[in-house]
Write a protein that binds this ligand. Structure first.
Ligand SMILES: [Fe+2]
Length: 235
């Protein structure tokens, strides 16, 4: 469990979208950057390619991105896991052909004041579902499926979410419309806060404590860039 829950909660707010976060030139640069970066993970099982933005690549775009992010969310520090070469990273590019399942990106360091998670779409394809429900343990993928629970990955696997919320059956229409890739019983007690349809140039900002997943509406593939942030004690 995170130690500074009170501080973390103080910073919590509803998810929001900033339109025209990037201009067309910057979008092009982000796509170029993605193409140039080396592959970090190629997971056949989850049909996902991951690349981390090492500080060696596109330094001018880094300062533009950090400056714009600061004007959007205020003071923050980056909190992204290092790449496999041990280099600092500004975030993670994920190219996925399958919807990402229910999880939370709270990290593994309970001494940090976890803050915002951002999603920058690099394709017009893609949709993200943010739930009202929050979680204060470590980064976890939530499932009630035995096979998924036994799978290994970066996140912890757990079904503990079922005990945390109301256990109310999930809305059938919402399940059919957005979440067909999730077992409806895995969504017990969950309530949708926002369904975000990806648009180039925009950025979605939500709290790291918000449960979220992809929507099942995915034709072909999507490419997105995510950053995890923390607040400094002094802010
Ligand atoms: Fe996530």
């Amino acid at each position: 469990m995170h130690k500074f829950i009170k501080k973390i909660k103080n910073y919590e707010e509803k998810p929001y979208v900033i339109k025209k976060f990037l201009n067309p030139k910057e979008i092009t640069n982000f796509i170029k950057l993605y193409q140039e970066l080396p592959i970090e993970v190629n997971n056949q099982r989850q049909k996902i390619v991951k690349k981390k933005w090492s500080k060696k690549f596109f330094p001018e775009l880094q300062s533009v991105y950090e400056k714009k992010l600061k004007s959007a969310i205020g003071n923050f520090s980056m909190d992204n896991p290092k790449n496999k070469l041990g280099e600092e990273s500004l975030g993670l590019f994920q190219e996925s052909f399958m919807p990402v399942s229910l999880h939370v990106d709270t990290g593994f360091d309970f001494d940090k004041i976890i803050y915002k998670q951002t999603l920058l779409p690099l394709s017009e394809e893609g949709e993200t579902v943010i739930f009202k429900n929050r979680f204060y343990g470590c980064s976890t993928t939530f499932s009630i499926n035995e096979k998924e629970l036994a799978a290994k990955g970066y996140n912890k696997r757990s079904s503990e979410h079922i005990e945390l919320y109301s256990k109310k059956p999930f809305n059938k229409k919402d399940h059919e419309k957005f979440l067909k890739h999730e077992e409806i019983n895995n969504l017990k007690g969950l309530e949708i806060e926002m369904v975000y349809k990806w648009k180039l140039g925009e950025i979605l900002i939500f709290d790291r404590t918000n449960l979220h997943c992809s929507s099942s509406n995915l034709k072909g593939k999507k490419i997105g860039f995510t950053t995890s942030t923390i607040k400094n004690e002094v802010d």
